[in-house]
Design a protein around this ligand. Structure first.
Ligand SMILES: [Fe+2]
Length: 291
């Protein structure tokens, strides 16, 4: 094992429209990389997509002469559409998500009354990762860590000394992710967060989002130690019962994300649009009083 295999290079690209951070994680310039949680720009007013955010990722990958091994999702996002198919068409790589995505596909196939041919076995992705499954990104050793709670299928990625936490925790002054989507559960999230916070104190943690309060600059990197000392929801000393009470009360006040309906429909298809109607246009559905 070399120093490179333990200390990945991490480049975060922040999308201001959805507060999402896309990461390019690589072993060295000219080496191999994974792209985590990409964004396809989507305008809900016009129904049009753009690739400005994804093109920034492509520019970075090309600038560093990287080969894309993996295009990873931490979960089926509710706040943005993934650009995985676009990135794969431009850069190659294999798409992957946690194997419990099948549960999410089953739930939303029902909610959206999707076409009978919509498969709920995860086949839309190139690979489904099991809990604690190891995989390689060039010289880097990576492992999937099952961290449900925000959704029933969330995965964090442990890559060397870095963990990409998805929607479990946010920066210490923001707290944790909501647990009120279908299949979400606050008690489960607490246990998932503790799994991450039991890693060594100097483990680098990379957030999937930042929602900076009080005009502080956007930031998305912290450590296990800092979260244990300062995270407003899950610092050391907060019990599971206290957390569940806080999270449940807070979730009851939150509106649905602006893009949840289009995002979920596209993301459970690994980023593909629904099949086109006979006029050649793909349509997204709005279920009325069903979510
Ligand atoms: Fe999310």
């Amino acid at each position: 094992m070399t120093a490179n295999s333990l200390k990945p290079q991490v480049h975060g690209i922040f999308d201001r429209a959805t507060w999402t951070v896309t990461y390019v994680v690589y072993d060295q310039e000219g080496g191999a990389c994974a792209i985590i949680d990409s964004v396809l720009d989507y305008d809900p007013k016009s129904g049009r997509t753009r690739t400005d955010s994804a093109d920034k990722v492509i520019a970075f990958v090309k600038e560093k002469h990287l080969t894309v091994d993996w295009i990873l999702e931490t979960h089926a996002h509710a706040d943005h559409l993934t650009a995985a198919p676009y990135l794969k068409s431009k850069l190659g790589g294999r798409t992957a998500i946690g194997d419990h995505i099948t549960t999410v596909q089953q739930v939303f196939k029902g909610i959206f009354n999707l076409e009978p041919g919509f498969a709920t076995d995860g086949r839309q992705f190139d690979h489904l990762l099991k809990d604690e499954e190891h995989f390689a990104i060039g010289a880097l050793e990576a492992q999937a860590l099952f961290v449900p709670g925000h959704t029933p299928a969330c995965i964090a990625y442990v890559i060397g000394d870095a963990v990409f936490v998805g929607d479990t925790m946010f920066m210490p002054d923001v707290g944790t992710a909501r647990c009120d989507f279908p299949g979400g559960d606050a008690k489960t999230l607490y246990r998932s967060v503790k799994k991450i916070l039991n890693l060594p104190q100097d483990t680098r943690l990379f957030m999937c989002h930042d929602y900076p309060p009080n005009d502080r600059p956007v930031s998305f990197e912290t450590t296990v130690g800092e979260q244990r000392r300062k995270n407003i929801h899950v610092h050391d000393g907060v019990s599971e019962e206290q957390f569940v009470e806080m999270r449940t009360k807070r979730d009851a006040t939150l509106e649905m994300p602006v893009l949840i309906l289009p995002a979920v429909q596209v993301n459970i298809r690994a980023g593909d649009m629904p099949p086109k109607d006979d006029n050649g246009v793909a349509y997204l559905k709005i279920p009325v009083n069903a979510l």
